[in-house]
Design a binder for this molecule. Structure first.
Ligand SMILES: [Zn+2]
Length: 511
């Protein structure tokens, strides 16, 4: 007689021989997902057991898996391998992630802090509230400048990353290759990337018409729910099923999209091609209460991912920017005549009074143009500056007051380097910004050349803060701005599409 076992999140059948078969792993509020455990390759068992919180046999062969919480085989009494306790390490929903909830990153237990950004920090820029400085600046002063660990790069290397529990018992890493329709799942037990297969009817995940950004699902979302993603055919909810190595999608908006979506508190919005030109679609985060708003005549491709700041969503374009506040009409603000933004220099920066500015060039000189108003103030500057938010550099020197102020020269030798910020840690200290940067050593050429085509012979990965920490030395790097940092499994990682390995630095001691 088969015996039925029910745990808090799953249902199991034990056959006469004492072998357990998973019937339903969905748990409360999730869709049923019976897995054919016997059909799964043996190499997947450890990962699946960790995802479910289930136990594995140690010495006996009565079953290849046991329900959550089992410490002993019920047939012979042999002890079982139980999954390691989840450390509560913070997740990562993409540097570009916006959230519709007040809480930003997921359950940051061991950090002991609220990882959401305060309201006066723009959302949609590479700014995190995770206290990376405390961990990185505590590294031994004589620690060698090299990664602590590496991960093999995902086979489709142009991607965005998300690390979260996605409703399972353990945190997992996803790499979505949005130019190649490949959703890649890292199995940390087998140390292998899997490309998840599309379930029947699932949308392709390619999106290339504008810059990519997704809207991460809330922590309380259904099991497997990852994000609301833009695709060529509309906005979709993306759900993974690692037990079947597959994903599925649910439509939120089926229309040809023009931009990535953004979140304005409880509402989400994106641009799409309507019958009368580009229009703005908005709805509640669950898709309820949808609304379509006409836009002025605006471009239908090549938009930046949106920012959310001062109650407004902002999409940037080479010709101008679009502003939208919930409850109002979208407003198009062209740039001053002859002026063109330099979007690849970083992103909008903040002045001391809280206004946002974007760097650009009018054919004669660089300048900062104020965002959000048709009567924009313009602040001329003498040379290129790289950065975003309040992490800004002129060549090797920080700019720590107004974005157009003179740089702070601590070491004149840094005239011959170029600092490219990758990730800012928000710390509330305008006079001492912290973050991860690349320092291009001994480079006196044009900033544009360094970003575009040149192979840079010597680049340092560096943490800037109360203490600067050299983390790695790179040889022959091209397109440095393609470096993408993310947080997963208690480590800071750095990925570049040209690298075969993702470089990682531990954020806490193994102890
Ligand atoms: Zn046994």
């Amino acid at each position: 007689m088969a015996t039925r076992w029910e745990t808090a999140r799953s249902v199991w059948i034990e056959d006469d021989g004492g072998s357990f078969i998973l019937q339903d792993s969905a748990g409360p509020g999730a869709t049923a997902s019976p897995a054919d455990w016997q059909a799964l390759p043996r190499s997947r068992h450890a990962d699946i057991a960790a995802l479910l919180g289930a136990s594995l046999p140690r010495r006996c062969a009565h079953s290849s898996i046991y329900p959550e919480g089992f410490a002993f085989c019920p047939v012979c009494g042999e002890s079982l391998t139980t999954p390691a306790r989840d450390t509560g390490a913070p997740g990562w929903r993409g540097v570009e992630a916006m959230t519709t909830s007040a809480q930003n990153a997921g359950a940051p237990e061991w950090w002991g802090v609220d990882a959401s950004l305060p309201r006066h920090v723009p959302q949609g820029l590479p700014v995190t509230a995770l206290p990376l400085a405390a961990a990185i600046e505590a590294r031994a002063p004589d620690a060698p400048a090299r990664p602590d660990i590496t991960l093999p790069a995902a086979p489709n290397a142009v991607c965005v990353f998300a690390a979260a529990r996605f409703g399972y018992a353990a945190q997992r890493l996803l790499a979505l290759a949005y130019t190649r329709n490949a959703l890649q799942y890292w199995d940390p037990c087998a140390r292998l990337w899997h490309v998840l297969a599309a379930e029947e009817g699932a949308s392709a995940l390619t999106f290339t018409v504008s810059d990519y950004a997704w809207l991460p699902a809330e922590q309380s979302a259904r099991r497997g729910e990852v994000a609301i993603v833009p695709t060529a055919s509309g906005l979709f909810r993306l759900l993974i099923d690692p037990l079947r190595d597959s994903y599925r999608t649910e439509p939120v908006l089926q229309a040809p999209l023009v931009s990535a979506p953004g979140a304005a508190r409880r509402r989400i919005a994106c641009l799409f091609k309507g019958s009368a030109g580009v229009a703005l679609w908005t709805a509640q985060a669950d898709g309820a209460d949808p609304e379509v708003l006409a836009c002025p005549a605006i471009p239908d491709s090549d938009w930046s991912r949106p920012l959310f700041y001062d109650d407004r969503l902002i999409w940037l374009h080479a010709e101008g920017h679009l502003l939208w506040q919930s409850g109002g009409a979208p407003t198009w603000v062209p740039w001053p005549a002859g002026w063109r933004p330099k979007r690849d220099f970083g992103g909008p920066v903040q002045s001391r009074d809280g206004r946002l500015w974007l760097i650009g060039h009018d054919g004669q000189a660089y300048s900062f143009v104020e965002l959000g108003t048709a009567s924009a103030q313009v602040e001329p500057i003498a040379g290129a500056r790289l950065g975003f938010a309040t992490l800004l550099f002129r060549r090797g020197h920080p700019v720590i007051n107004e974005p157009w102020d003179t740089e702070t020269i601590e070491d004149p030798a840094e005239n011959e380097s170029l600092v490219l910020p990758l990730l800012q840690q928000f710390n509330g200290l305008r006079h001492q910004p912290a973050g991860l940067v690349l320092r291009v050593e001994r480079y006196t050429g044009r900033v544009e050349s360094a970003l575009e085509s040149m192979v840079l012979p010597q680049v340092t990965v560096e943490w800037i803060g109360q203490r600067n920490v050299r983390l790695d030395e790179l040889v022959r790097l091209a397109r440095p701005a393609d470096c993408l940092p993310f947080i997963y499994d208690g480590c800071l990682w750095l990925h570049h599409p040209d690298w075969s390995q993702i470089r990682g630095w531990r954020l806490k001691d193994a102890a």
